[in-house]
Design a binder for this molecule. Structure first.
Ligand code: FS2
Ligand code: SF4
Length: 518
């Protein structure tokens, strides 16, 4: 095995040997590579003869399956490889697959650029798949999966690959816009919402991952059954959507970000449903309570299939009985509630007020502190950074990295909370929309706004978001806790020269860099 696609890769160079840091075993990693190789074959076939509904679905499913912390189960990966090969043969017989190992063995700059495209496409596939679940598709987005995947199996110059890297960012922007439309048209525009972290007594189910459609189906199936539903990790923003918050048994949020699950789920008296990443290797103390659905799977865990009949999860919740009294859980800074629902709809409703506060000098600066969380000790940087931001600044946040700071009480500026949770990682689209609207209101370039992006990355969705920001010409991004291992020194040099992308250092140093001396 060789894998260096995520932030926690071994020694920040690559996972090799019998298993990765995430717990993915060597044979699983190799099957995932075989799946990518087969998907390149499928892309070649489609580029020759045209796509089918099946090939569209397989491309999204296949790429999503190989994202970090999604799928640990060889049987489902091998079944998917067979399906991809069959579809490829049906479309254009005798089209060759491509051995993705060729990329890992290539010249380091070509490998770096192709990795940016491949990992960006994996992230984008997750967003396209969530849209697809809500019956939203975009032919331009779909076509680019085939174009990008085909290109990975061809020889290209670094310049050609660099333009494909930026095109990945461009198309991902459209993909995130599609998912934003899908979510808001289906569930309503998110509204600011306070979410308790206390678990009420009685049976409950914890729902993790990003798939709002699965959550909605579970809410329907648990209606009036005396079972409460709690979100976990990236599912928290669900509380802001009017059509989801309308369910009275959607009670609150359980725990913090993904990397704490083995500790937080220890002996939990309830089942946990994983709709997407991030699933960690399952510990025995809760292994009879983990359920997977959709793209997620793990050996020996019960998988809820396409019929989405959640009866086994519901029965487990009843059998586990929940806590026998209220369980007051806390955020990592000791807070007992968090807020969410500040997507572009809610924030831009206040656009006039915000512009006014900036003009009056009441708001000096905006920080987007967001992205993935993870286990690296350096990630406490983001908590410290948030705590040190001056009182006349606003923090926009999103994705699971927000658990580092979302229970802090940082006060308000004239009624506007200083921390605004915009949603999941895909709601980076909301942050971009707000930034572009502010640039328009101030009649300036987005890089001239009093706005700094302090981003944390972990898996491949963060890669496609970063590419979108670069495509939009956004400069001076601070990226941590480490730079991606797959970015070669020469490629980094290009990113630094063109975009002034910077690694995070210390909160004090970075705040001074962004705001000037205190
Ligand atoms: Fe967090 Fe994990 Fe959201 Fe990432 S729950 S690191 O998949 O996509 O962000
Ligand atoms: Fe290593 Fe990350 Fe790959 Fe897992 S996904 S094997 S931790 S690089």
């Amino acid at each position: 095995m060789f894998c260096f696609q995520c932030q926690q890769t071994a020694h920040n160079t690559g996972c090799e040997g019998s298993a990765g840091v995430c717990g993915k075993k060597a044979d699983t990693a190799n099957y995932q590579d075989d799946l990518v190789s087969a998907l390149i074959g499928l892309a070649r076939a489609v580029r020759k003869k045209g796509a089918t509904e099946k090939s569209d679905e397989l491309m999204l499913k296949g790429l999503f399956t190989t994202i970090t912390n999604v799928n640990f189960y060889n049987d489902t990966i091998c079944a998917l490889i067979d399906e991809v090969n069959k579809e490829k043969e049906a479309i254009a017989p005798q089209t060759d697959n491509y051995d993705v190992q060729t990329i890992w063995d290539d010249d380091e700059d070509i490998r770096s650029l192709k990795s940016l495209i491949l990992f960006g496409l994996k992230g984008m596939a997750a967003y396209a798949y969530h849209s697809y679940a809500l019956e939203y598709t975009d032919p331009e987005v779909q076509a680019f999966f085939y174009e990008g995947m085909e290109a990975l199996g061809e020889e290209h110059t670094a310049d050609e690959l660099l333009s494909l890297v930026l095109k990945t960012g461009d198309v991902n922007y459209k993909c995130m816009a599609m998912l934003d439309r899908a979510n808001t048209e289906t569930y309503g525009t998110p509204v600011p919402t306070t979410v308790p972290l206390t678990i009420e007594k009685g049976p409950f189910i914890v729902v993790s991952g990003h798939d709002l459609h699965d959550l909605k189906l579970l809410l329907e199936q648990t209606k009036d059954k005396g079972i409460n539903i709690y979100t976990h990790s990236e599912m928290l923003p669900a509380h802001g959507y009017p059509k989801l918050k309308a369910y009275p048994h959607l009670k609150g949020n359980f725990g913090t970000a993904w990397q704490s699950q083995q500790f937080e789920f220890h002996n939990i008296p309830a089942p946990i449903l994983f709709t997407t990443n991030c699933l960690m290797p399952v510990r025995q103390s809760y292994s009879d309570r983990v359920f997977t659905t959709s793209i997620v799977s793990y050996p020996e865990m019960v998988h809820i299939g396409e019929d989405k009949d959640f009866t086994p999860v519901i029965e487990k919740a009843i059998a586990c009985k929940g806590y026998d009294r209220e369980k007051p859980l806390k955020g990592i800074n000791g807070g007992s509630t968090v807020t969410t629902g500040f997507g572009h709809g809610a924030v831009l409703e206040n656009a006039g007020k915000i512009v006014d506060l900036v003009k009056k000098g009441k708001i000096r600066h905006f920080f987007l502190i967001g992205g993935c969380d993870g286990a690296a000790p350096g990630r406490s940087y983001y908590t410290e950074f948030a705590k040190k931001t001056p009182m006349d600044t606003i923090i926009l946040t999103l994705a699971c990295g927000k658990y580092r700071l979302n229970d802090l009480d940082l006060g308000e500026i004239e009624g506007l909370p200083r921390i605004l949770d915009m949603g999941q990682c895909n709601d980076a689209y909301s942050a971009i929309t707000v930034a572009l609207a502010l640039a328009e209101a101030f009649e300036c370039d987005v890089n001239e706004l009093p706005l700094s992006m302090v981003l944390s990355w972990y898996e491949q969705k963060a890669v496609c978001i970063l590419l979108t920001l670069l495509h939009l010409g956004i400069k001076n991004i601070l990226l941590g806790p480490t730079l991606p291992a797959f970015i070669s020194p020469n490629v980094l040099d290009i990113l630094v020269k063109n975009y002034n992308i910077m690694p995070t250092s210390t909160p004090d140093e970075d705040l001074e860099k962004l705001l000037g001396p205190a």
